[in-house]
Design a protein. Sequence first.
Length: 285
Amino acid sequence: MSGPVAGERSGSGRPLGAVTAALEARYDPALAEPWDAVGLVCGDPAEVVRSVLFAVDPTSAVVDEAIDLGADLVVTHHPLLLTPVHGVPADDPKGRLVHRLVRAGIGLFVAHTNADRAAGHGVNDALAAAVGLLEAVPLEPAATPGAGLGRVGVLRETTSLQRFAEQVAAALPSTPGGVRVVGDPGRPVRTVAVCGGSGGSLLAAATDAGADVFLTSDVKHHPAVDAAEVPGPALCDVAHYASEWPWLSVAADLLHRDLGGQVQVTVSGRRTDPWTFRVDGPPHR
């Protein structure tokens, strides 16, 4: 499933510094975790940006796409250089991407945990909206009003866990992992908690919020086993990439509007989920 194009709108362009300022106004770096690496990775703030490509991950395929499109800036959710580095030699995989971006005159900007926590237009708001939640509020509020990790809200009508999982599968990009579920397929579902990315640490908060189901990614075996044995929400586990993908078009549209239509925006069509295929064995007997 390719990502939708949020714009491909022509524009006169704005300096990179103005573009990054607009992004940081929406995704305040102060909301990021202390260990995170957000903001401008490479690029000259004085250079003019006419085209921006949004993607979940800064992979070689995304850099290929940016070069093919003639983009001046790539905005990704996940950092390229999350751990401290002392050099970016071209014979290192990450260094090679930096060299390719610089040679092509393309900047790279990251909005990670600050985009997760952002109020109203962050990763978790986008995921909540994608699966049909109303009145969604943070599961783990931050000091900034409306900001925080995860979201909990209600569906317009009560449904079954089976139908909710099917709704999730229809709303998010298809991946080899699909939607994995812990719980009775017929369980009634109305209150839903979500967390884009690896949200297993918010399971207790989802339980305290009275969620019927918790949608997130990267749930480990033992917490999943425990969730099946104790009172609390059912679990829906989707690919990490898929849970954060809905944010791309939200962020792209916001940037286009915030810059008065002077910058073209495009959502990447490259699926950056690392899993390529799945093999199902015979039914267990």
